[in-house]
Design a protein around this ligand. Structure first.
Ligand code: PNS
Length: 165
């Protein structure tokens, strides 16, 4: 049984993340989405909200589980008894940070392997940060995030569209 951990902030989960999780399911037996409990960043959605949205999106996919984690990713991997990390590589600018993380994780634990997957090309420019910014400024983010995330954004973040608060 190959278990892959897909760690991230998921604040909020985008269609790019969903695409990557679905791709991972085609390669691994099980995929554990690990939501970071951010201590430094101040997330828009609480960890419970982020986990709730992910669980709802994948409720019909028995291969996908969602948990939170804090501390070092390598410690979480040991706890979950796996050495496989999945990360997405969208554009060249992702590479430097992802490369550093992969090598640091391997330095912390020689067993850890990071597998990079590329998302669907039409989603390769997408990020949680841009989604929040575009939504906040009144842009349309439907089609970029699952519909339940869109609704959650509408409730949580004021949208700059005329006529809306
Ligand atoms: O979605 P993000 O914010 O790009 O995800 C980053 C994440 C959660 C994968 C990364 O910050 C992480 O693994 N944090 C846990 C702390 C850790 O292990 N740091 C050392 C590895 S570089």
């Amino acid at each position: 049984m190959k278990l892959a951990v897909y760690p991230g902030s998921f604040d909020p989960v985008t269609n790019g993340h969903v695409d990557l999780i679905e791709r991972s399911c085609r390669i691994f037996d099980r995929v554990l989405v690990a939501v970071l409990i951010n201590t430094e960043k101040s997330p828009h959605f609480t960890v419970e909200e982020r986990i709730g949205m992910l669980r709802e999106i994948f409720r019909r996919n028995p291969k996908v589980k969602v948990k939170s984690f804090s501390g070092l990713l390598v410690d979480f991997l040991r706890k979950e008894k796996t050495n496989i990390v999945v990360r997405g590589l969208r554009v060249v600018s992702d590479f430097e940070f992802e490369f550093q993380m992969a090598l640091m994780n391997r330095r912390l634990d020689r067993e850890v392997e990071t597998v990079f997957l590329t998302p669907r090309e039409d989603l390769s420019y997408l990020s949680s940060r841009l989604v929040k910014e575009v939504h906040r400024l009144g842009g349309d983010v439907s089609g970029l995030v699952p519909s339940l995330v869109h609704r959650a954004l509408e409730q949580k973040l004021p949208n700059g569209k005329p006529g809306k608060s």
